[in-house]
Design a protein around this ligand. Structure first.
Ligand code: FES
Length: 306
């Protein structure tokens, strides 16, 4: 019987970092991803340390970088002021510093982002059939990358964040007004986090009621949790948890049920475009903070539709 003859394929790879025989523009992808990730990292770090202009007086807008505001100086804070454990040697208090570790850890350990920054920032490997900068390879079996296996625990926190930010997106459409229907803006604290010297203590600190409205900022604040949901509920770890660990879906001992199959199918559907959800949600969460910040600083108007 004739056996298919073995053929030898030569990969278009040279030796040494960046060496390759590829003729396409393979470097565009890594450079573009690196620019996006580094821009977001620099901006979000700066915004997290600001501790000001993360909410807009006279509205229910709250930057997603600062939500949930456990301690803080805005009407959104569960506890007004800064926590007692905040020491003088620490950086100036910012509510974002208390919570940002969870979403940051979620993205840092995400399987898609790992691929993205291993290639574009770590450069190992920078692209298929392109020379690598290192000779040895430990993968994720040794420190520090073995720690990335905590991803599923960050996932649990991320699911909570989806609902918290969803709530923020909904109440961003409820605009506070006085009893006579005029906009309510008399706030105890300024958007900078400082006490408002012009605060009139004879006036109420709460709005009389709220009216439904829509603006560019409120739309972005609701788009943010929707994209975050698409990203979070398409997580590879979640796919494993809800059904991927089952060998079959026929029911019975060791087998998943129809409910497992439906859950696994839904997560698999979102998972197909996990990279797109990851990047879109990253851009929009940054955009939400930028818009809230610019409106709070008075640099742009609110673009209120109604
Ligand atoms: Fe990307 Fe879990 S793998 S969010």
């Amino acid at each position: 019987m004739n056996q298919p003859s073995a053929t030898t394929a030569t990969l278009p790879q040279g030796s040494g970092f960046g060496a390759t025989m590829r003729k396409d523009n393979w470097w565009i992808g890594p450079i573009g991803i690196a620019a996006l990730l580094l821009s977001f990292l620099i901006y979000s770090t700066w915004a997290a340390f600001q501790g000001a202009y993360y909410w807009v007086p006279g509205t229910n807008y709250l930057s997603p970088f600062y939500s949930p505001e456990i301690w803080g100086h805005s009407p959104h804070a569960f506890i007004l002021g800064q926590p007692g454990f905040w020491q003088s040697w620490m950086p100036p208090f910012s509510a974002a510093l208390l919570i940002l570790g969870l979403p940051a850890g979620f993205r840092l350990t995400c399987y898609y982002y790992r691929k993205a920054y291993y290639r574009s920032i770590w450069l190992d490997p920078v692209a298929c059939a392109v020379g690598e900068p290192r000779k040895s390879y430990w993968g994720e079996n040794a420190l520090p990358l073995i720690l990335w296996n905590v991803h599923r625990y960050f996932l649990y926190a991320a699911i909570v964040f989806v609902f918290l930010l969803g709530y923020d997106g909904i109440i961003a459409h409820m605009f506070p007004v006085n009893a006579d229907g005029t906009s309510f803006t008399n706030v105890q604290y300024l958007a900078t986090g400082a006490e408002n010297p012009a605060f009139d203590k004879t006036k109420p600190v709460e709005a009389h009621h709220h009216v439904f409205g829509m603006s560019l900022v409120s739309l972005v604040l609701i788009l943010n949790p929707l994209l975050l949901a698409g990203y979070t509920f398409g997580c590879h770890s979640l796919r494993h948890i809800v059904g991927g660990r089952k060998d079959c879906f026929a029911g019975g001992s060791g087998c998943g049920t129809d409910l497992h199959f439906k859950a696994w199918s839904f997560v698999s559907f979102l998972n197909r475009n996990h990279a797109t959800w990851a990047m879109l949600s990253l851009v929009v969460v940054g955009l939400a903070d930028v818009l809230v910040r610019l409106v709070a600083m008075g640099k742009i108007s609110d673009f209120r539709f109604f």
